[in-house]
Design a protein around this ligand. Sequence first.
Ligand code: NDP
Ligand code: DGY
Length: 324
Amino acid sequence: MNKPKVLVTRGDIPKSAVSILEEKCEVELMPDHSPISRIDLLNKISGKDALFCLLTDKIDHEVLDKAGPQLKIIGTMSVGYDHLDMNEIKKRKISVGYTPNVLTAATAELTVALTLATTRRLFEAHDEITNGGWAKCAWGPLWMCGGGLVGAKVGIVGLGSIGLAVAKRLLPFDIAKIMYCGRQEKPEAAQVSGEYVTFDHLIKESDVVIITCPLNDATRNMFGPAQFASMKTNAVLINTSRGGVVDQSALVHALKTGQITAAGLDVMTPEPLPVDHELTQLKNCVLIPHIGSATLQTRTTMATMTAQNIVNALEGKPMPAQLC
Ligand code: NDP
Ligand code: DGY
């Protein structure tokens, strides 16, 4: 009997994940360590029964049309799924597997690291060593002072798995309190004494605003000119969700004019950010290249989970993590 055909869009996924697929499927593994080109994606998807994709692959009606009606399973090696056209996917009764929870700790850890790097100006301070700033001032009473976290009011936009894990990790820094907003109050917020507030209240009152919600029609450009204008001038914005939640031009304006003090971004628009983008010129903006879940163990688990999602679905068994 012919094995089901699976396209894997990236060549450098962990071998353990490829082995899971190869045991049951005919696998076409793209050779490159960079994203599959649109043309290759459209050509290679044709006739496949399943797709192993990454957040860098836009899966829309054109790709699904090219695939053909036998494509019934998509496994994305991510918890975010804004790169998938879910309406088209559901219309075609395609099952989708994803990777919730297994990346929560790594992403929360990175979010805390970014929060500390931004509030304590770590990247800027490092640059002072190489640009001669330190040599000039030696040690200054107010030089390189940041806001820090002690006594800070922290607002979390989207208290889901990652948001809650971030809140738990921040409490030992002696913050004043956690506020959160979202579509509904969360009983689990009690674990961090989190106060449920409106989005408007959260952005007005927080010293540190952390975005951990998904990108969707309701959250796109949630942070625009009006929101930055209403934030505290000492506020720091941290984003480890998706760049699209923030209107980036409005953020640049807010950082340049002092509407807010600083931003720390793991995600931005577009990705990769052009090397000469305005954000890269701003001292009060800490940028890291979408590495929230980037620990070896986490990425390996994400990859094997994605492979197992696909294999289980192909065999008619429940996926370890099914989105639809
Ligand atoms: P969860 O689904 O566990 O949490 C998302 C939370 O956002 C939920 O509590 C949800 O609450 C809330 N939410 C939904 N809509 C809104 C809204 N309009 N306003 C405020 N909150 C909202 O997902 P995770 O915590 O696992 O992941 C969150 C996102 O983080 C992912 O979608 C992904 O985009 C991003 N991510 C980024 C990573 C990185 O490398 N930087 C790594 C991993 C994830 P409810 O549904 O009840 O409204
Ligand atoms: C996700 O899973 O959505 C992240 O952005 C990458 O781990």
